[in-house]
Design a protein around this ligand. Structure first.
Ligand code: ATP
Ligand code: MG
Length: 683
């Protein structure tokens, strides 16, 4: 029997129905671990192998690059030979980037456009806002998120301004307008544009949309509950009346409202596509019934649009362990020793363990403890490869090479390594460039500079311009990667690293990182030409490879993926979709989970979903830890156990160190007293 037939046989009847239903729109709405992602991977293989659809005509979208890679591997394993060739499995943003790359003309972009990461965007906003008044980082942040939410809702600057409801909003809308104009002048797009530009283009240019509809015949979307409006519009437009798509999701796992995700999209889908076939899955194949019951009980405290019931036949399993610790030090030490002993007791691998937490800062102490006990671990998020200074420099060089109009990239590296081009010179250069409406890089070679700068300054800027132009020429003429490598050698970047590092080994390591980056760039060139991806229409040039790198830099904090045997450290957000035999969730305390901001803003339901996501990652055992005291926001704080602990079924819990835990009755009493006290204060 073929691999795919075997897979179909292993599915339960409802899952099989979801896989085989291809005549219309299909929504699989089901709780954690019920096989939604499995339905997607099997369905892709089914479409290709059993329905004869070309893999090139299928686009699958998921939430992270890691998930996309995993999904692609699983599908390839089910498909014989090269029949999976050309399949697109990507994030929404990569799909958007691919569309933009092949529609530059329509979008009014030039080849080699830059992708601004949030930091670049902030720098541009600071520039634009500083013209009006002295502004602080918080204000910039506010305007940036306002613009981002407009873009996610496909609201253009004009509409934003005319619908502004407050002076603040109107101000943001005006900045938004400038911001869009400047991005265009820089030949740049930002992160939100990756979805917004294709979506608005499709609205305005039906003929382009038609072409893309011809290319993508079937779409599948995982983690649908976390799509925002613009992403939904993109899917809706691409699929149109044909409505050949399958989306899977779980409203209880919607954890990105703060980034514009709209769980209402689930309801919207039914309204937009009345023939939508909604399939519910009820069997959980992941967790023991104790873990599942805890998850179900917890989430039943949230109001529900769709009622779901989940059951499991994986046995009762161990009780959920709740460990109360003196402080963070004791908590992280306890997690480390727990992992050590459990690994031996169950002869488990390191990779069978995951430690989840609300904020990255919680990982620092844990890392030290794990190192101390020589436990290999992998930290996702946190300080990624791409946030290293040398990599940011190298990326800025790459960006400038493919788009000399990228002023942010120019400013980052014009004096790295030192070229004795001082801030005074740069300021004059910037004024000059602005008057002449050219980029900083282009201004470097203009005659007019002689009137405003010293001869030496003009010469240094000219030399830099000449150097970069030389590299660009060599890239065009032949081996682009060799030209890039030669550039780093010629400018003696390594020497510069040595001068700036506290120890030679550090400089060596940093230089090694730069070479690794270029190796990766080279590899990605080779790989892409091999795949010949048609749906994405990616041309196999170095420009395309660099912009993919830049995108990955932004999207993927987990650059150094490896599948070796390590304990996984993840934020709760990053754990979505994954599963592990043994899961530890740290910091089950008020102000941490639920987060302080959520308590203030009264968005507890989203925090509860986050806790639900964490709990449902566990297959066999679940351990929750908390502390009496924790250093947070720079002070030592006394901690209160998370309200979510009170919402778990007491009979399935096993407490450790509870003697010091406050009696729940007393806590409520104190709560009542506090409320009474407040009332009397308020009169
Ligand atoms: P989440 O909501 O967390 O993303 P999910 O609904 O996507 O979960 P999957 O990750 O697809 O669930 O599946 C959970 C686990 O159950 C996986 O290990 C998967 O291999 C297994 N599984 C799914 N369907 C079946 C089945 N019919 N028989 C046996 N195992 C299954
Ligand atoms: Mg999944």
């Amino acid at each position: 029997m073929s691999e795919i037939r075997q897979r179909l046989n292993d599915l339960n009847p409802r899952q099989r129905e979801a896989v085989k239903y291809i005549d219309g729109p299909c929504l699989v709405l089901a709780g954690a671990g019920s096989g939604k992602t499995s339905v997607i991977t099997t369905k892709i293989a089914y479409l290709v192998h059993e329905c004869g659809m070309s893999a090139r005509r299928i686009a699958a979208v998921t939430f992270t690059n890691k998930a996309a890679r995993e999904m692609k591997e699983r599908v390839q394993a089910m498909l014989p030979g090269r029949s999976g060739h050309g399949l697109t499995v990507s994030t929404f943003h990569t799909l958007g980037l691919n569309i933009i790359r092949s529609e530059l003309n329509t979008l009014g972009l030039r080849p080699g456009f830059s992708l601004f990461d949030p930091e670049d965007a902030r720098a541009l906003l600071r520039d634009l806002m500083q013209k009006d008044a002295q502004i602080d980082a918080d204000q910039i942040q506010r305007v940036q998120s306002r613009i981002s939410s407009w873009k996610n809702d496909l609201v253009l600057p004009g509409a934003a301004l005319s619908h502004a409801e407050s002076e603040d909003d109107a101000y943001s809308a005006r900045i938004y307008e400038h911001y869009v104009r400047h991005l265009k002048a820089y030949n740049a797009v930002d992160f939100d544009d990756l979805i917004m530009l294709p979506a608005t283009m499709f609205e305005r240019h039906p003929e382009v949309l038609q072409r893309w509809r011809g290319r993508i015949h079937y779409m599948l979307v995982d983690e649908y509950q976390d799509t925002n409006s613009s992403q939904y519009q993109l899917v809706r437009m691409l699929m149109a009346e044909r409505a050949t798509f399958t989306v899977v999701g779980d409203d209880d796992q919607s954890i990105y409202a703060w980034r514009g995700a709209r769980p209402e999209n689930l309801v919207q889908l039914g309204e937009d596509f009345p023939s939508l076939n909604v399939i519910k899955l009820e069997q959980n194949y992941r967790s023991t019934s104790v873990i599942l019951r805890a998850a179900n009980t917890l989430i039943s405290n949230n109001p529900h649009v769709y009622e779901k019931t989940l059951w499991s036949d994986r046995g009762r399993g161990e009780a959920i362990r709740i460990i109360v610790n003196r402080n963070e030090e004791a908590e992280t030490e306890r997690v480390a020793t727990e992992i050590l002993t459990r690994r031996i007791k169950e002869s488990a691998s390191w990779r069978d363990f995951a430690v989840l937490y609300r904020g990255n800062f919680q990982a620092r102490l844990l890392e030290l403890k794990l190192q101390h006990h020589q436990i290999p671990y992998k930290l996702s998020g946190g300080t990624s490869f791409f946030s290293r200074n040398e990599i940011k420099d190298a990326m800025a060089y790459l960006r400038l090479l493919i788009n000399p109009a990228d002023d942010n990239a120019f400013l980052r590296i014009v004096n790295v390594p030192r070229r004795e081009i001082g801030p005074g010179t740069l300021e004059k250069l910037a004024n000059y460039a602005q008057e002449r409406r050219v980029s900083l890089f282009a201004a470097c070679s203009e005659m007019g500079l002689a009137h405003i700068l010293t001869e030496r300054a003009v010469e240094r800027l000219g030399r830099f311009n000449h150097f970069i132009e030389g590299v660009r020429r060599r890239m065009d003429q032949g081996d682009a990667i060799a030209a890039i490598r030669a550039m780093f050698t010629e400018m003696d970047y390594e020497q510069w690293l040595y001068q700036n590092a506290s120890a030679p080994v550090i400089a060596e390591k940093r230089m090694g990182n730069v070479w690794t980056l270029i190796d990766q760039l080279e590899k990605s060139l080779g790989r892409n030409s091999e795949e010949g991806d048609e749906v994405s229409e990616e041309t196999d040039d170095v420009e395309a490879a660099i912009s993919r790198l830049v995108l990955r830099d932004i999207l993927d904090q987990q650059a150094q993926e490896d599948d070796t045997d390590r304990v996984q450290l993840l934020t709760l957000h990053a754990s979505k979709g994954l599963e592990f035999p043994h899961v530890y969730v740290m910091g089950m305390e008020e102000e941490l989970l639920p987060h302080r901001n959520a308590i203030e803003l009264d968005t507890i339901e989203e925090e509860r979903r986050l806790a639900y996501v964490g709990i449902t990652r566990a297959r066999q055992t679940l351990t929750l830890t908390l502390t009496h005291q924790r250093k947070q926001y720079g002070e030592l704080m006394n901690c209160t156990p998370s309200r979510f602990l009170d919402e778990l079924p007491e009979e399935d819990l096993e407490w450790f160190g509870r003697a010091d835990k406050e009696d729940p009755e007393k806590k409520h009493e104190r709560g009542r007293e506090a409320i009474a006290g407040l009332r009397s204060l308020l009169g």
